[in-house]
Design a protein around this ligand. Structure first.
Ligand code: ACM
Ligand code: ZN
Length: 536
C-alpha cells in the first residue's frame, strides 16, 4: 500500500512538472506542432555544438547559435564537425536524410541527453535554432532579464506557411544608420522573417552610394531642413543627411545573409525621385532646377520617360545595385507617379506617339516594361507597387499590393506573383491605439488584433490563383518616425503578430498569442528593443 502511495505521489509530481513545462513554452511565431515530454536538457560549459559539414552554410548556423548562447548564458561552447551521429551533452545540427522536410522546415528534439535540430537546408536549421533560443526560459530580476540554461524536453515540427515573410524600412524620409539596420535585421531573424525590403531612394533623400553618379549621395542624400509635425509651412532649420557606402551595403547584405534574410533593395522610379533629379536635373522633363524635398507627399517632378538617357542613367544605377544585392528581386517602386509633367513634355509626348501609347498610364507601363527587360536580361525579377498594373503590367512582374487587396487579386488572376501589403493591415506607420495617447503618426488605425487577424490570401481567389500569393509584409514609412526608439515602438509588438500571419497555421487564437506575447516581450526587452506595452 505504502509503495502504491509513493508511486502515485511520484506520478503526481511528474504530472505537475509537465504542467509547468507546458506553461514555460512561449514561442513566437507559433510552431506547427509541439509534443511535450518529461525533463530538461541542461546547457553547461561542456555542451558541444556539432554540425554536419555536408549542408551548405550550416557552419553559419552553428556560429550564430554559439554567439547567442555566449550572449544569453555566458557560456563559450565548443563547435565541432559531426563525426558520430549520437553524442551526449551536445546540440546537433543534422541533415534530414529522409528528405521529407522543405528548405525552411525543421524538426527539433530535446531530450535529457542532447538536442537535435534536423533540417534539409541551413535555413531550416536556423529557424530551429531560433526556436531553441526561445525555449530558454527568461526571468526578470530588478529590471534585468536573465536566461536560464534549462531547455524543456520537447519535440517540435515546424514549417512556414508563406515563402515571403517581409518587413520594409524607409531610410529616406529619415536615415537609419548601419548599426540600427543590423538591429532591425536581428528583429526579423528572431521572428523567422526572411525578407528585408529596403526603401533606399525617395524625394527626401537618396541613401545608397552609386559609384558612377557620385552626386546622387553628395547632393541627393542631403536636405537642408524638414517640415515640423504636420505644419507644411514650418521647418526645423536642421539639415538631414545620410547614406550607405557600398562597403556598408555589402556588410549589411552579408549580415542579413548570415541570418537567412534576403534584402530586396528599392530604387524608386519614375516618381518619388526628386533627390536624384536634384543631383542630375537633366533626367527630369523640365530640366530643373529641383530641390530635395523638405515636406512629405507626392511631387509632380518625376523622371522623363521620353529621354533615352534617363533609361541609361537608371540602368547604370541598377547595374551597381545588381552587383551589390544577390537576391532575385529588385523593387522599382512605381507608385504615386503624377503624369502632370509627361502631359506637357515634348519628349514624353513624342515617345507616346512613336510607341503608339494611348495615354500617360501606358507611358508609365512602357517605362516599367523597359526596366523589366533590363532586369530580366540580368537574371533579376522586377517587383513593384500595385500602380504598375496601370496601363498594362510588365510580363514577368511581381506585384506588391498596398492600396488594399484589389491589385493583388487582379495580378494573381493574371498569373502574376503577389506580395500582400495592404495599407489597411500592414502599414506600421499607422496608429496602433487611440491617437490621443500616441506619438504623432501619419494616420490610419491598425491595432495588434487587426494585424493578428489579417489573412493574406483573399477569399476571392480560387486555389490555383492563391498559389500566386507569395506572402505578406509590413511597411514602415518614416515621415513621422525620426528615431530608432520610435521606430521600434511602431514595429513592436505588431511585427510579432505579423510573424504568425506569415509563418504559423491559418487557424490562429489571439488570446493564446497574447499569453505568449506577454513572455515574448521579455526577450525584446533583453535585446533592448523598445515596444508598445499592451494591456493584455
Ligand atoms: C506606398 O505606400 N506609397 C507604396
Ligand atoms: Zn518628359
Amino acid at each position: 500500500m505504502q509503495k502504491l502511495i509513493f508511486f502515485s505521489l511520484f506520478i503526481f509530481l511528474l504530472s505537475c512538472k509537465k504542467e509547468t513545462q507546458n506553461q514555460e513554452i512561449f514561442i513566437i511565431p507559433k510552431p506547427v506542432k509541439i509534443e511535450y515530454a518529461q525533463g530538461d536538457f541542461t546547457i553547461n560549459k561542456n555542451t558541444t555544438i556539432i554540425y554536419d559539414k555536408n549542408i551548405e552554410n550550416l557552419d553559419k548556423v552553428a556560429k550564430y547559435l554559439h554567439a547567442e548562447i555566449l550572449k544569453n548564458l555566458n557560456l563559450d561552447l565548443k563547435i565541432n564537425i559531426s563525426e558520430k551521429k549520437q553524442k551526449r551533452n551536445s546540440i546537433l545540427l543534422i541533415p534530414d536524410t529522409t528528405r521529407s522536410l522543405g528548405n525552411e522546415s525543421y524538426n527539433l528534439r530535446v531530450t535529457k541527453k542532447n538536442i537535435k535540430i534536423t533540417s534539409f537546408a541551413a535555413n531550416g536549421s536556423f529557424y530551429g535554432v531560433q526556436t531553441l533560443l526561445q525555449l530558454l526560459n527568461t526571468n526578470e530580476i530588478n529590471g534585468k532579464i536573465n536566461y536560464e540554461n534549462l531547455v524543456p524536453c520537447v519535440k517540435i515540427f515546424d514549417k512556414p506557411r508563406f515563402q515571403w515573410r517581409g518587413m520594409h524600412l524607409d531610410v529616406c524620409r529619415h536615415f537609419y544608420d548601419v548599426d540600427f539596420v543590423k538591429k532591425y535585421i536581428d528583429l526579423l531573424a528572431l521572428h523567422k522573417m526572411n525578407t528585408f525590403h529596403w526603401h533606399l531612394t525617395e524625394d527626401q533623400g537618396w541613401r545608397i552610394e552609386i559609384k558612377k553618379y557620385p552626386r546622387l549621395t553628395e547632393t541627393g542624400a542631403f536636405r537642408p531642413e524638414t517640415m515640423v509635425g504636420k505644419n507644411w509651412d514650418e521647418f526645423d532649420s536642421t539639415p538631414h543627411f545620410g547614406f550607405y557606402t557600398q562597403e556598408e551595403i555589402k556588410e549589411i547584405v552579408q549580415y542579413a545573409a548570415d541570418r537567412f534574410i534576403t534584402i530586396v533593395p528599392e530604387i524608386e522610379m519614375p516618381g518619388h525621385s526628386l533627390a536624384a533629379l536634384t543631383a542630375y536635373p537633366e533626367f527630369g522633363c523640365t530640366g530643373g532646377p529641383y530641390e530635395v524635398a523638405k515636406t512629405w507627399g507626392v511631387f509632380d517632378d518625376v523622371y522623363c520617360a521620353g529621354n533615352d538617357s534617363t533609361f541609361k542613367f537608371l540602368e547604370d544605377i541598377l547595374s551597381e545595385i545588381i552587383e551589390l544585392f544577390p537576391g532575385k528581386y529588385i523593387h522599382i517602386g512605381g507608385d504615386e507617379c503624377p503624369k502632370t509633367r509627361w502631359e506637357k513634355c515634348p519628349k514624353c509626348q513624342k515617345r507616346m506617339k512613336n510607341e503608339g501609347l494611348k495615354n500617360e498610364f501606358e507611358l508609365q507601363s512602357y517605362f516599367i516594361q523597359r526596366i523589366e527587360k533590363y532586369l530580366v536580361a540580368n537574371n533579376k525579377k522586377l517587383i513593384g507597387w500595385d500602380e504598375i498594373l496601370e496601363g498594362g503590367l510588365a510580363p514577368e512582374a511581381t506585384v506588391m499590393s498596398w492600396r488594399g487587396k484589389e491589385g493583388g487579386i487582379q495580378s494573381a488572376r493574371m498569373g502574376h506573383d503577389v506580395v500582400m501589403s495592404p495599407n489597411s493591415h500592414c502599414y506600421f506607420d499607422h496608429y496602433q491605439a487611440d491617437p490621443k495617447n500616441e506619438p504623432l503618426a501619419i494616420g490610419g488605425f491598425t491595432d495588434l488584433s487587426k494585424v493578428y487577424n489579417y489573412e493574406p490570401v483573399p477569399d476571392e481567389l480560387d486555389e490555383q490563383e492563391s498559389k500566386h500569393i507569395l506572402g505578406a509584409q509590413a511597411n514602415i514609412w518614416t515621415e513621422y518616425i525620426s528615431t530608432p526608439e520610435h521606430l521600434e515602438y511602431m514595429v513592436l509588438p505588431r511585427m510579432c503578430a505579423l510573424s504568425e500571419v506569415v509563418w504559423s497555421d491559418k487557424q490562429k487564437d489571439f488570446n493564446d498569442f497574447k499569453t505568449r506575447l506577454k513572455r515574448h516581450v521579455l526577450r525584446l526587452k533583453a535585446k533592448e528593443y523598445n515596444y508598445r506595452n499592451m494591456d493584455f
